[in-house]
Write a protein that binds this ligand. Structure first.
Ligand code: A3P
Length: 583
């Protein structure tokens, strides 16, 4: 064996300034295997996938195989069957049918010479080194690829990667990537892990163009779906085990370690109830409960189940009016209109809707002492609304807004409201995934299920007044009149005109900036985000009246996000009769 041994009994292989996992052929003769790889007789239609460790080689391998096949079935063998440095017998490669999808973590200087000389296709996947370090840490610890790796801690891994320490895995990320950048040419196609994650359709199309395979939008979409994290992990667990045994020993662990959605962040320990929002003993920056991710309002962080039950069993009055509306669909707007109608004059009230925001208000018990009529409001789904109110046919006002604009509005709310820790640097694509990706627990359970439940409730003849955001924007007089009829309050044309005018976007925004009482809102933000250290004065008010337009999504959605959304809508709302106005 031409590798040096370390202090452990079955060491990693050290060769040419690199540490390499002790794959069986390398333990026999690492030099021989490397020379054999360099001398490999490649074919013109070969594709070689080159990646540093933990940078997405399995993911891209599956995508490329599907593109080359023009189909979306998983190849049973797995990428290990063409993993050059680990394959038991390299000659097996010669017997494989074309096109082959070879793959390796070897640095540029050890790639098959013939392939380089002939400008053969190379797909090079790059991932940011911080995530690589974390992924390597868990990989080494859990797969046992390196003897003694169970003793490593994350600091060892990160410090090792960030120093000039000799013999880093495959020579170290920096050297490895610098070499590829130095040799970049048209035959090397760079795929960035993070872009592939955010814009799968675009990136898969770019790959298809590079590979010169023909494709339809439909195929690209299905490949993206099939190769999303959850499906791939499932396929890996069920169909790929055999080949991994050859490479990683008798008990291979999944190479798809559990993904952390962007919403999962520690805020502090011990604030959350054990019934919701706890993961690995740590509190999340959003509260997760009953399939929903909820904003980290203090009452929810302290006991989400208790607060939701308190809402469900609320002692309501026949005169109560409940605004039950998905986030960012115009609750503040309708709150104002309803109060003007109830008061019979177009004057702004001082109190913001936060004073009766059921899941966020500090002490829900205080509503007992409030005068009637009360305008309760919540973003919770139908099943969590106050049962007594629902069952006794109490008034419920429900606003529907198109989910694309909601996504945009939520994004600005997320980054600007101060409610959420670590919202810095969050991109629109993160919000899009958070709201529409199947793998995530979306805000309040997601728009689709929220609206489907309401559609069913309406068909069951509960006393629900349905109002479209877009209609209210276009025909305020008509919609305000309908609201007045529902509320059974006087509705002179003069009053309707005045309300319509006072509640136009610009006027309402100005009134909100200048007249509204903000202390309750700020208290909610302080309770949600420990960064304010309980100091209300540190909270900057971020207006709920941002742009107020229909179709702002066109300035934010990429074409592929739009395609993905439309497809998702078709699937999710297949039995729905809902009309949605996107423009
Ligand atoms: P944008 O972020 O798209 O501007 P909610 O009150 O449920 O949080 O919803 C907030 C959204 O309603 C914001 O959307 C806000 O601008 C919009 N909105 C509020 N009042 C409005 C009005 N008078 N006309 C149009 N949009 C309004």
């Amino acid at each position: 064996m031409d590798s040096k041994t370390t202090t452990n009994s079955l060491p990693e292989v050290l060769f040419d300034g690199m540490t390499i996992p002790p794959f069986p052929p390398l333990r026999v003769s690492v030099r021989q295997r490397f020379e054999d790889i360099r001398g490999l007789c490649t074919r013109p239609d070969d594709v070689i996938i080159t990646t540093y460790l933990k940078s997405g080689s399995h993911w891209v391998w599956e995508i490329i195989c599907m593109l080359l096949q023009g189909a979306t079935s998983f190849v049973k063998e797995g990428k290990g069957s063409q993993f050059l440095e680990a394959l038991d017998d390299l000659n097996l490669i010669n017997k494989m049918t074309s096109p082959r999808t070879l793959n390796t973590h070897l640095p540029y200087r050890w790639l098959p010479r013939k392939h380089l000389e002939n400008d053969g296709k190379i797909v090079h996947v790059v991932r940011n080194p911080k995530d690589v370090a974390v992924s390597m840490f868990f990989h080494f610890k859990e797969t046992g690829d390196f003897i003694g790796s169970e003793k490593l801690d994350l600091d060892d891994r990160v410090n090792g990667m960030l120093s000039d320490a000799p013999n880093q895995p495959y020579g170290g990320w920096f050297t490895y990537e610098k070499d590829f950048i130095k040799h970049s040419k048209a035959n090397i196609h760079f795929v960035h892990f993070e872009r592939l994650k955010r814009y799968p359709l675009e990136e898969i199309k770019r790959l298809a163009d590079f590979l010169r395979v023909s494709y339809s939008d439909q195929l690209i979409f299905h490949i993206a779906e099939k190769c999303n994290f959850t499906s791939l992990k499932e396929a890996d667990d069920t169909t790929k085990v055999t080949t991994r045994k050859n490479v990683h020993g008798p008990n291979p662990k999944s190479l798809f370690l559990d993904e952390k959605p962007f919403t999962v962040e520690c805020i502090d320990k011990g604030h959350m109830s054990s019934t919701g929002g706890m993961t690995d003993g740590k509190a999340l920056k959003e509260v997760v409960f009953d399939g929903m991710s909820l904003p980290p309002f203090k009452p929810l962080r302290e006991g989400v189940e208790a607060r939701l039950n308190a809402i469900k069993h609320l002692e309501t009055r026949p005169t109560d009016i409940l605004l039950a509306i998905y986030p960012k669909s115009g609750t503040h707007w309708v709150w104002e209109i309803v109060w003007m109608l109830l008061n019979g004059r177009a004057e702004y009230i001082k109190e913001g809707k936060e004073s009766l925001f059921l899941e966020a208000m500090d002490d829900i018990g205080t509503i007992k002492s409030m005068d009637s009529p009360r305008v309760l409001n919540t973003n919770l789904p139908f099943r969590w609304l106050p049962q007594k109110h629902v069952e006794s046919n109490g008034k419920i006002i429900h606003v529907i807004r198109n989910p694309k604009d909601i996504c945009v509005s939520l994004y600005y709310h997320f980054i600007g409201s101060g409610l959420f820790m670590h919202s810095d640097g969050v991109q629109f694509a993160d919000c899009f995934e958070g709201l529409f990706s199947k793998e995530r627990k979306p805000p309040y359970g997601g728009w689709f299920s929220y609206e489907k439940d309401f559609e069913e409730a309406v068909s069951n003849n509960y006393n629900i007044h349905v109002l479209y955001f877009e209609n209210l924007k276009r025909n305020p007089m008509v919609e305000i009149k309908r609201l007045a009829e529902y509320l059974q309050v006087p509705q002179s044309t003069k009053l309707l005109h005045e309300i319509s005018d006072s509640c136009s976007f610009n006027k309402l925004k100005r009134a909100d900036d200048t007249l509204k009482e903000k202390s309750k809102y700020k208290k909610i933000v302080v309770g949600a985000n420990p960064k304010f250290e309980g100091d209300v004065d540190k909270v900057q008010y971020n207006s709920f009246f941002r742009k107020g337009e229909i179709g702002d999504w066109k300035n934010h959605f990429t074409v592929t996000q739009n395609e993905r959304f439309d497809e998702l809508y078709r699937k999710q709302m297949v039995d729905s009769k809902l009309t949605v106005y996107y423009e």
